[in-house]
Design a protein. Structure first.
Length: 157
């Protein structure tokens, strides 16, 4: 399935959350969990600035869903996110049994940008979501949002 106009609306909210995180001194990532009826059930942004590198919004989505949704509700939900899941978040998504994932930019794009800017590599090898969760339904990137996300990730000089 391609990224639809409805998907883009939710991805724009993810980008707004990423911008909010960046404004608060954090990394620019945001995620939204939407149920099968199209209702936003949970949203969050990155919160790693205080040293807990596990405070990714995709991980928080999985934790919230495990506590608040039935297995059937989780399987029919969609996770929208500004950046493709890291391996930790992909694993959490798979273990909790969440449904479709839609992302604005891929891990490969983020790696390429960091290399262009001369930044160090991530301490965790970036992998496509399906390498960790083979049955995952994943759509992205959304070309309409790539340049905006690149600007959010660009280091301040």
């Amino acid at each position: 399935m391609a990224v639809s106009e409805v998907d883009l609306g939710h991805l724009h909210r993810c980008v707004a959350l990423a911008r909010e995180g960046l404004a608060d001194g954090d990394e620019p990532f945001g995620s939204v969990l939407v149920d099968a009826a199209g209702q936003v059930r949970f949203e969050d942004r990155n919160r790693v600035k205080d040293g807990d590198e596990t405070r990714h919004p995709e991980f928080e989505v999985a934790r919230w869903a495990a506590r608040n949704l039935s297995p059937a509700e989780r399987a029919s939900a969609t996770v929208y996110t500004s950046g493709e899941h890291c391996p930790m978040c992909s694993a959490a998504h798979g273990w909790v049994g969440l449904g479709r994932i839609v992302y604005a930019v891929s891990s490969a794009q983020l790696v390429q940008w960091r290399q262009e800017w001369g930044l160090p590599a991530s301490p965790v090898t970036p992998l496509p979501i399906q390498e960790l969760v083979p049955g995952a339904v994943v759509d992205g990137p959304a070309p309409e949002l790539v340049e905006e996300m690149k600007q959010l990730h660009r280091p301040v000089s």
